[in-house]
Design a protein around this ligand. Structure first.
Ligand code: ATP
Length: 361
């Protein structure tokens, strides 16, 4: 089912938590809200669930206005980070619980529980209590309980945050596979950029109650619109330099040879940034910079300050005067104190706004 969020605001007293969020989530889409603590992700999710009412705006599900509808009328399931399992009930009874409330008959309940448990690899564990399960198994029981009644919309708030790194990686693929196979429209909240990138069809990057950019993971990575998005996604983050827009549509910055010719789409965007006095930045991902010999043609000479060998890749931190940035390369013999040439391929430089407020989408 499609979910439409239209100019939604939420205020708690004087505190503005959600500031006019608008987005259309498509039927069957896996939509991730990503942002730092306190940016309003959970509040937005809770308004979709009906656990919180908007101060203004409209939320519709499958075309019907649900802004003020009771949670139980929304055909939505929600899974939280703390699992919320009943410790004294078996896995079977935990999964069965939502069906019992809905007064399905015993045989129907058993069939659905077994079916869902099978899909989630819990078939062998139905008679255990939650205390006899691993973290990942508990997580799956919690998902099974949410999914057993075939909801049309699935909301998840940091469901993996209690798991260790290895299990998180396993569970994120399992969740993604599961809901994609079931075709359920999903909104997933996380502050973990890797999780967002790995799972999402589209990501909404949120900051201070706004969706700053909504796009596919690779679009967000390749073409972040604002400094906030550029710095939030990618590790180490994108290098950003204060830039100037020159006549003829070239953007330059303080580093010689770091220059980008704007294409048609970018011209409008750059003009919008300049008009909004937001400050224009030129950005490049660390792995797009190329290390060359000092003095090489088209390269900018830089002093190596620190080299971090990470095994597969190497981070090289450099400076040009008092401008500092980072390059990610394969293994290298470059060491601190060396002078190297750095090439920034013009087509891989990006125009980024220094100020979130000037970007509309
Ligand atoms: P986190 O990742 O820490 O959960 P979040 O992005 O999900 O962050 P929200 O939980 O939406 O953020 O909270 C946004 C802001 O609203 C926070 O400053 C929070 O303290 C505040 N807030 C949330 N619920 C309430 C409430 N019921 N009453 C007052 N303030 C609230």
């Amino acid at each position: 089912m499609a979910i439409n969020i239209d100019t939604v605001y939420k205020q708690f007293g004087a505190l503005k938590v959600v500031n006019g969020v608008s987005v259309d989530i498509k039927d069957g889409e896996f939509f991730v809200m990503l942002g730092p603590s306190g940016c309003g992700k959970t509040t937005t999710l809770r308004m979709v669930a009906g656990l919180e009412l908007p101060t203004a705006g409209r939320i519709s599900i499958d075309g019907a206005d649900m802004t003020y509808a009771e949670p139980r009328h929304r055909d939505i399931a929600m899974a939280f980070q703390d699992y919320g399992l009943y410790p004294n009930m078996t896995v079977f009874k935990n999964i069965e619980f939502p069906l019992k409330i809905r007064k399905l008959d015993v045989r129907e309940r058993a069939r659905k529980v077994e079916d869902t448990a099978e899909k989630l690899g819990l078939g062998e564990l139905l008679q255990r209590k939650p205390s006899q399960l691993s973290g990942g198994q508990r997580q799956r029981v919690s998902l099974a309980r949410a999914l057993v009644r075939n909801p049309k919309v699935f909301l998840m708030d940091e469901p993996l945050s209690n798991l260790d790194a290895k299990l998180r990686a396993v569970m994120r693929t399992e969740i993604k596979k599961l809901v994609t196979n079931l075709g359920i429209t999903t909104i997933y909240v996380t502050h973990d950029q890797i999780e967002a990138m790995a799972m999402a069809d589209r990501i909404a990057v949120m900051s201070r109650g706004n969706m700053v950019q909504v796009a596919s993971p690779l679009e967000i990575y390749d073409r972040p619109k604002t400094r906030f998005v550029a710095e939030f996604i990618g590790s180490p983050p994108m290098n950003l330099f204060p830039a100037q827009l020159k006549a003829g549509g070239t953007v330059t910055c303080i580093l010689p040879n770091f220059a980008h010719s704007l294409c048609e789409d970018e011209r409008a965007f750059a003009a919008q940034i300049v008009d909004g006095n937001g400050g224009l930045l030129l950005g490049i991902r660390p792995e797009h910079l190329i290390v060359a010999k000092a003095g090489a043609q088209g390269a900018t000479d830089a002093l190596v300050e620190l080299v971090e060998p990470l095994g597969q890749t190497t981070n090289i931190y450099v400076s040009v005067g008092d401008v500092r940035f980072v390059i990610v390369t394969d293994r290298t013999t470059v060491k601190a104190g060396d002078t190297i040439g750095v090439v920034a391929p013009s087509e891989l430089l990006r125009v980024v706004a220094n100020d979130d407020a000037v970007v509309r989408h």
